[in-house]
Write a protein that binds this ligand. Structure first.
Ligand SMILES: NC(=O)C1=CN([C@@H]2O[C@H](COP(=O)(O)OP(=O)(O)OC[C@H]3O[C@@H](n4cnc5c(N)ncnc54)[C@H](OP(=O)(O)O)[C@@H]3O)[C@@H](O)[C@H]2O)C=CC1
Ligand SMILES: CC1=C(/C=C/C(C)=C/C=C/C(C)=C/C=O)C(C)(C)CCC1
Length: 317
């Protein structure tokens, strides 16, 4: 149970990746400022988290079951929190979906929105009224750079994150009136099970319904470039955890928090040309004309990115 003076932080999707590392980092805070309620839909998957939490487990870290796709589970989980009092809600649970649109079923697409979009809304609807009543609280959404700039063959995943961005832009303004802060974290590629699941999924699929040219562009042009991008720009879940902790601890948290300075030019390009032409052409050129050079150019970018771009991101260090 939380001790007096401790902030209660509830995190969704803590069985792996970013959620797991955020739970551990916050629970191990040296000044013991936080009590973390790490949630996951299947507590049978708790071992990795419990092991990483070490001594903090049972003290500054407790576990609850929560499936963001299930309304009853969400309500039950929040009802199990003492006085339903949550200071910081971190919406992290999410799933990816990549591939030619023609081969993706409507059910697969709906599952992505059910988790990444409606899952977050379900959580916010359950927690926000108490925060508004108390005139205090912080809601954090782990979005993605794909919520700001679409990436080819990630149509539905990007759409689910774009939807979240629009939703949060609206809500943040109202919440400010109630002294409730809303912050988005915008990671680029991060080495987690998310990446493994994508690679596994792709290697098993046949892509029925997609024509051979599209399958070729996906498998032989996009995928190798995507692997290069992960290799060159990929951050660790600990990086994202440290960035998120900084946002929680900031006296005046920003609304959008990019974690990877190498994405700042991509986002800047979008806002530099409101017609969208610049982004579409640049992405086309990067993918179809520079594909083979992606690794070299990304590595060069990594070393050339100047201080002014870094200052516009939240640094994990
Ligand atoms: N990895 C990346 O490159 C990036 C990831 N992100 C975002 O970060 C977030 C975390 O992803 P990441 O750590 O990388 O990936 P992981 O796959 O490692 O973690 C995702 C977590 O979400 C959980 N989850 C999935 N569906 C549900 C559900 N219905 N209810 C509760 N929990 C659920 C998974 O639980 P279970 O074990 O039960 O499946 C898992 O714990 C996601 O929102 C993702 O979109 C953003 C940018 C980049
Ligand atoms: C930047 C870029 C590419 C890929 C980006 C990728 C693969 C980003 C992955 C982001 C993730 C995984 C976000 C999760 O939310 C391409 C299309 C290869 C070529 C053009 C430039």
């Amino acid at each position: 149970m939380a001790q007096p003076g401790q902030k209660v932080i509830l995190i969704t999707g803590c069985s792996s990746g970013i959620g797991l590392r955020m739970a551990v980092l916050l629970a191990k805070d040296e000044q013991k400022r936080y009590h973390v309620i790490a949630t996951m839909r299947d507590l049978k998957r708790k071992d990795k988290l419990v092991e990483a939490a070490g001594d903090a487990y049972g003290k500054t870290l407790s576990l609850l079951t929560l499936d963001v796709c299930n309304e009853e589970s969400v309500k039950q989980c929040i009802d199990n929190v003492k006085d339903r009092h949550i200071d910081v809600l971190i919406n992290n649970a999410g799933i990816g979906l990549v591939g030619p649109l023609e081969s993706i079923s409507m059910d697969e697409m709906k599952k992505v929105f059910e988790t990444n979009f409606f899952g977050v809304i379900r959580m916010i609807k359950e927690v926000m009224p108490d925060m508004k009543r108390r005139r205090g609280g912080h809601i954090i959404v782990i979005s993605s750079v794909m919520g700001l700039q679409g990436v080819v063959f990630n149509d539905v995943y990007a759409a689910s994150k774009f939807a979240m961005e629009g939703f949060c832009e609206c809500l943040a303004v109202q919440l400010l009136k109630f002294n409730v802060i809303l912050s988005m974290i915008e990671p680029g590629p991060v080495h987690t099970e998310f990446e493994m699941k994508m690679i596994q999924d792709v290697s098993q699929k046949e892509y029925p319904g997609a024509d051979p040219d599209t399958v070729h562009y996906f498998k032989n042009v996009y995928l190798p470039s995507s692997v290069d991008i992960f290799e060159a720009l990929g951050q660790t879940p600990d990086d994202i955890a440290r960035c998120t902790k900084k946002v929680i601890e900031a006296s005046n948290p920003r609304f959008r928090n990019l974690t990877n300075p190498l994405y700042t030019p991509i986002v800047a390009m979008k806002y530099a040309d409101e017609t969208g032409g610049l982004s579409v052409k640049a992405f086309y050129h990067m993918l179809f004309n520079m594909g083979g050079l992606m690794h070299v150019s990304m590595t060069a970018m990594k070393y050339l990115t100047c201080g002014c771009l870094r200052s516009r991101t939240v640094s994990p260090n």
